[in-house]
Ligand binder design. Structure first.
Ligand SMILES: Nc1ncnc2c1ncn2[C@@H]1O[C@H](COP(=O)(O)OP(=O)(O)OP(=O)(O)O)[C@@H](O)[C@H]1O
Ligand SMILES: [Mg+2]
Length: 289
């Protein structure tokens, strides 16, 4: 059924239940008795649903804990991916409910990430270098010269051959009674593990202009600092050996993130992009030891 978009005949889809979450590109609804459907927002390219279904299926076949994909359907003219419904709060919800456990949960996020990196490489997942470059070439806020420069930096970095989630943060881990389940695999790629740790680190940092990252609603700067330090601390050994690479991954991943157009992050991302020509890096990833 995956990859086939089945139009819902006769109007309303009676499987469609309550709205569970609203994201940047999609809305998630309950679906039938034990599923959810992630429906793309109007204007989002329709084939993204098929891609997310395909990537999630491949990753699950490789043995990682992720929801079963149950098909791609048409909901009022919009494509949606039907997933097994995972019962349990997100790791972010747990952190908000129990902020005293934030450090332990940051370490648990790192352990989930290490498990992904140790998993084999599933087939059918795109290459980081090509996908990141495509994203960067779409960023209006950078000049054409800057976009070309970012892509050529990407080309100089070690390629690696690990599975990367591409958007791993505590909102994309659901805490099922039997252990964490990772969702939202649309951005998954094959590439160097350090790139994915840097991407998560960027997602966990306090925005330079204050405010709250939209993917971590209700976060305070202090809480983000605790989670970031405990998460990144678990990768200290790996990061120490690759200091030079980190100093290049940060600006190019920030450039790629600009393509997502998340409001409130502009200043932090611009500063990271500018850091490519600084002699001294102030990255929190390089201040771990
Ligand atoms: N399989 C699932 N079972 C239960 N709840 C889910 C499942 N998939 C998603 N959800 C709920 O929907 C929320 C958003 O899901 P997801 O992270 O896939 O989309 P998103 O981050 O909104 O996507 P995007 O930002 O790309 O639009 C999750 O935090 C969770 O509450
Ligand atoms: Mg998400």
């Amino acid at each position: 059924m995956i990859g086939q978009t089945g139009p819902v005949m006769g109007g309303a889809d009676h499987n469609l239940g309550e709205l569970i979450a609203v994201g940047r590109t999609s809305e998630v609804f309950a679906y039938g008795t034990d599923s959810v459907v992630k429906v793309l927002r109007p204007g989002v390219p329709g084939h993204w649903a098929t891609l997310e279904a395909r990537f999630t299926t491949e990753v699950r076949a490789g043995g990682l804990s992720t929801p079963e994909v149950r098909g791609v359907v048409d909901v009022d003219g919009r494509p949606g991916v039907v997933f097994e419904r995972i019962v349990g709060p997100s790791m972010w919800q747990v952190i908000m409910d129990r902020p005293d456990d934030a450090a332990a949960l940051g370490r648990e996020l790192a352990s989930v990430h290490q498990e992904i990196q140790r998993a084999g490489v599933p087939s059918g997942i795109p290459d980081l270098v090509a996908r990141l470059c495509n994203k960067i070439l779409d960023v209006d806020r950078l000049s054409e010269e800057n976009r070309q420069e970012a892509c050529s930096i990407v080309g100089t970095l070690p390629r690696g051959a690990a599975l990367l989630h591409g958007d791993l943060h505590p909102g994309n881990v659901l805490m099922h009674a039997q252990g964490p389940v990772v969702i939202d695999w649309f951005d998954s790629v094959i590439g160097h593990p350090v790139a994915d740790v840097v991407r998560s680190s960027i997602l966990l940092r306090r925005p330079s202009t204050g405010g709250t990252p939209p993917h971590l609603p209700g976060a305070t700067p202090e809480l983000l600092d605790v989670i970031h330090a405990s998460y990144a601390g678990e990768f200290a050994g790996l990061l120490e050996q690759l200091e030079l690479d980190i100093r290049l991954w940060e600006p190019v991943l920030a450039a790629g993130r600009m393509a997502e157009g998340v409001s409130g992050e502009e200043a932090s991302l611009a500063a990271l992009w500018a850091s490519r020509s600084e002699e001294q890096s102030s990255s929190p990833l390089l201040l771990l030891n």
